[in-house]
Ligand binder design. Sequence first.
Ligand code: NDP
Length: 334
Amino acid sequence: NRQILLARRPLGAVRLEDFQLVTGDTPAPAEGQVLVRHRWLSLDPYMRGRMDDVPSYALPQPLGEVMLGATVAEVVESRHPRWASGDTVLGMGGWQEWSVVAGDAPGLRQVDATRVPASTYLGALGMPGVTAWWGLTRLVAAQPGQAVTVSAASGAVGSVVGVLAKARGLRVVGIAGGPEKCGYVTGELGFDACIDHRAHPDARSLAAALAQGCPGGIAGHFENVGGRVLDAVLSCIQPHGRIALCGMIAGYDGRPVPLAQPQLILSKRLRVEGFVISEHPEAWSEALPELHALVARGKLRPRETVAHGIEAAPEAFLGLLQGRNFGKQLVQLD
Ligand code: NDP
């Protein structure tokens, strides 16, 4: 059972040396437990925050332990009546190839991998999709005909925000890094426009491009990045605009992400609300039927970047924090 441990806490940007690959025995399930073999591991930006030992909404990742993470796995041996070998389960197996888990663990859910690829349950039909649904419908809460903007628009969360926004009759303009990602955002996902943030090195020019993409004004924004992107949005969003503050990935690796003009929140009477999806477990049952329907109708065609083998997880994680991923970042463990 090959595992990736947190070897040390990063100083600024994460480095490969912050992780350690070790090989342990394949665990054996006790009564009431199941042994699962991980097929897919999800890599998510929140993992960077847990690598630091600072007060946050989630406890820090303990040093010397297997990195935490969501997995889709196959039950290989069950000593719990709820599960049979061959079942496909979504759980928090971590950065390793096998795990044993209590059969009644609250986070362990059966998934149907016969109609959609199993990996989708870690992206559009999993935590990122539900995050997109909650932030857009509950916090941005724009009305049909209004325009909204979304940063990291080609990513796991941002892509779903855009598709949900179109399904609600909104105009939606994405922000993404590079022409290829922008082409996917407008072509495959159906956003009305997408602004390449790399082509706009300062907030003023990015704001002008966003305003041009939303000639009737920007009513709401779904923020995944922070820094220059948020500065641009604050300067061009309309008064009483609503911002769902989902993530600030530009600052996760220790770079400061100050706001250039925080007074705009006051002068425009904006509503800026941060949220953490783990505090809204009720969102899943509301969001999933709509997300499943969009996937079934081919409206939501999530893109994935797949690394192979558990040993590839640290490098892929560094790539996620540097924008090298294109869509949901996964590790395939077969
Ligand atoms: P993505 O699939 O969107 O991947 C991250 C993307 O962020 C990169 O591809 C890149 O896109 C962009 N990015 C990375 N670094 C930077 C940087 N320094 N400056 C600007 N852009 C950068 O990840 P997710 O969809 O999984 O997550 C998106 C956001 O949502 C994250 O901030 C995450 O923390 C947050 N989140 C919050 C949750 C909550 O409960 N609040 C739950 C889940 C996610 P590009 O090349 O286009 O710039």
